[in-house]
Design a protein around this ligand. Structure first.
Ligand code: LMR
Length: 301
């Protein structure tokens, strides 16, 4: 089995995520490093998968974009080290605002001449988890959330999060009026938690669970299984993505991807959308374009 480097392991997401990655009495060995004295390099050396949760979290009244100023430099510095120490690792970015931090990571890797789009993912699994959970609640508990598959596309922030209930499996029997508050809750579920924590941060354990689910999928893919997951990726660099990027007018987008041993192998089509989803997609793309430009321009100065 390979090595997972969890950058930000001592933080509020990193701690439960570390526990999930290392179930107590298993063969896996754990080493911890502090960032000083080359700790980051040591943590990354020989890594097959890098998971980045480092950075600050939101406080009430803040949007994910408000985190950018601080978290962008953190991501840039981590990915400069990824570029020199483990350029072939598969990297997963959890640090918000994901819509902009993934472009920062990509631009950093590009500058170092080692960017491979198939190996860079923004983790949007929490939106997928929320989409099935909240719909199952709205259906009155007649279905287990994990039995419900709801594709979620777009990005990981407010209106950029677009759950596609028209494609849910099994079919979700809710009218547009019943779905509207469910969609809104998926888009703003993170804000609900920020508010309830009253200044103590944002989602931690559910984000750790979602991050773990994604890492587990990557590990299954690395062991040879065929895996399909939603993630926020650089479309033009993945087979099937160039066409979608041209159609949508964005290079970064959360979409279902096939993942193999060396990373993403294919971007899957977004499929047919309902009239309401088409409208929501327009709004998502509008916001996403600004978020992406923020990330790219941070690295061009
Ligand atoms: C979430 O969706 O809960 C996370 O992205 C954290 C946040 O700031 O909302």
């Amino acid at each position: 089995m390979g090595k997972i480097a969890l950058i930000g392991a001592a933080g509020q997401i990193g701690t439960p995520l570390s526990l999930l990655c290392k179930a107590v009495n298993t063969k896996a060995k754990v080493s911890g490093y502090l960032p000083d004295n080359g700790g980051l390099k040591k943590a990354l050396a020989g890594a097959d998968i890098v998971v980045v949760t480092a950075g600050i979290a939101r406080k009430p009244g803040m949007t994910r974009d408000d985190l950018f100023k601080t978290n962008a430099s953190i991501i840039r510095d981590i990915f400069s080290e990824v570029a020199s120490t483990c350029p072939n690792a598969i990297s997963c970015v959890v640090t918000n605002p994901v819509n902009s931090t993934v472009p920062v990571a990509a631009e950093t890797l590009k500058k170092a001449g080692v960017f491979e789009p198939r190996r860079l993912f923004g983790v949007t699994t929490l939106d997928v988890v929320r989409a099935s959970t909240f719909a199952a609640h709205a259906l009155g508990g007649n279905i287990e959330p994990k039995q419900l598959r709801v594709p979620v596309i777009g990005g990981h922030s407010g209106a950029t999060i677009l759950p596609l209930y028209s494609q849910a499996q099994p079919v979700v029997q809710l009218s547009d009026e019943q779905l509207a508050p469910v969609i809104n809750r998926v888009q703003f579920g993170g804000d609900e938690i920020v508010k309830s924590k009253q200044g103590a941060g944002s989602a931690t354990t559910c984000m750790a669970y979602a991050g773990f689910r994604f890492v587990k999928a990557l590990m299954s893919a690395q062991s040879g299984q065929s895996v399909t997951e939603e993630a926020y990726v650089y479309l033009p660099g993945i087979p099937g993505g160039r066409e979608l990027a041209a159609e949508l007018g964005v290079d970064y987008f959360a979409v279902k991807v096939q993942i193999g041993q060396k990373g993403a192998t294919k971007v899957l089509p977004i499929g047919d959308l309902s009239g309401n989803e088409k409208k929501l997609l327009e709004a998502a793309l509008c916001e996403l374009k600004t978020n992406i430009a923020t990330g790219v321009s941070f690295m061009s100065v």
